[in-house]
Design a protein around this ligand. Structure first.
Ligand SMILES: [Zn+2]
Length: 376
């Protein structure tokens, strides 16, 4: 096991080098091409000749998976929340690297590449197969397209999934499902003076929002349910009664039943607001499922293995719920957990940073976790 520590020490500079290169490459969801190529080329340079990019822009590297029906997947996502198409600005001091997306999830991708490097260099062949995946489309309206495609391609051959997508000390073993909508209201509108009294789309949409904010979320023991209206646009000008207004809204829950209750409450509000002269169009723009029928014992075992390793690095390891790539395997009954492999802060902001030294710990955590799960 001290071998893992020295591997992390020896590969620290290499990891930082990768982080500096990969971290600058812009990668909005659905546009991860350059990052995917970078990861595939790095894997190939190690001798991973079979590494390839699938049609969802996932980079896939299999070891011993051909005839396995119990494959373990380690993954980290390549996309970021930023729409930029120009390289991100990166700055660095003694202790930290600052760059949008540097922690979430670039640092995890680098740790994953270091894990794959170890397995390749040491020619480790886990009995039931292991797959390293740098996947696309985890963030926002990427809608988990990468992991969905992966699960679809390998179907029942996947035994478990471990995603690197958090800070050290954190384990997500419950998933938060969500439904996201674009709601468009259209009505008659008109001149603000001449047609005063006509229906106004902004006012109609505001009543819908008011109704949403009166919702009492389900209070089921041990679960959490939330909702949010995150964005509104609409209207033509200050002296026009608005003909159209639009909002983006969502609800989330870590419980399937509560998510269904929220769906009903939202649709009752939308239906209630429709009138002959008020048209309301609702389109589903995001759907992340909650966990389905996951074998509790297997999920517990997997969580415990991750927890045992994490406790060597942090005394307080928290188990939490989140919306991550793990939602997809969990929704089809495959045990999946997300674990942290870097330390940093400011995820989803342009001020995001990571603590460089934490990458060493991250590599060690990844190696020890894989060792424990793959029983090598
Ligand atoms: Zn992430």
């Amino acid at each position: 096991m001290t071998e893992y520590k020295s591997y992390a020490e020896c590969n620290y500079n290499k990891a930082l080098e990768l982080l500096r290169e990969l971290g600058k490459i812009p990668a909005p969801s659905h546009c991860e091409d350059k990052r995917a190529e970078f990861c595939r080329d790095f894997l190939k340079s190690l001798g991973a000749d079979n590494a390839y990019i699938d049609n969802a822009k996932n980079v896939i590297y299999e070891i011993n998976c051909e005839s396995s029906n119990d494959i373990t997947i380690f993954l980290a996502h390549t996309d970021t929340v930023f729409p930029d198409t120009e390289p991100y600005t990166m700055t660095e001091d003694e202790e930290k690297i600052y760059c949008p997306g540097i922690g979430d999830d670039t640092a995890s991708v680098v740790v994953l590449l270091m894990l794959a490097k170890y397995y390749t260099e040491n020619r480790i062949n886990p009995k039931n197969g292991v797959m390293f995946v740098m996947n696309s489309c985890e963030e926002g309206l990427g809608n988990l397209f990468g992991i969905k495609t992966l699960m679809e391609s390998y179907k029942s051959r996947i035994g478990r999934v471990i995603s690197f997508d958090a800070c050290i000390g954190t384990i997500y073993n419950k998933c938060v499902g969500s439904h996201r909508y674009k709601v468009t209201v259209q009505t008659e509108g008109g001149h603000s003076f001449g047609k005063f009294g006509n229906k106004n789309a902004i006012a109609e949409l505001s009543s819908v929002i008011n109704e949403i904010y009166k919702i009492n979320v389900p209070q089921k023991e041990g679960t959490k349910t939330t909702y949010n209206v995150g964005n509104i646009v609409g209207g033509t000008s200050i002296n026009t009664i608005a003909q159209e207004a639009e909002m983006l809204c969502e609800y989330r829950s870590d419980d399937r039943e509560c998510l269904e209750i929220m769906q009903k409450k939202f649709f009752d509000i939308f239906d209630g607001a429709r009138k002959d002269d008020v048209k309301i169009e609702v389109s589903l723009i995001g759907e992340r499922p909650c966990a389905g029928e996951v074998d509790e014992k297997l999920l517990c075992e997997l969580t415990e293995k991750c927890q045992t390793v994490m406790r060597e690095f942090r005394s307080d390891v928290s188990l939490k719920s989140a919306s991550t790539d793990c939602n997809i395997p969990m929704s089809v009954g495959v045990p999946a957990v997300t674990i942290g492999v870097y330390t940093g802060d400011g995820e989803h902001t342009r001020e995001e940073f990571i603590i460089k030294e934490s990458i060493k710990e991250g590599i060690e955590i990844a190696l020890k976790t894989a060792h424990s799960i793959l029983e090598i």
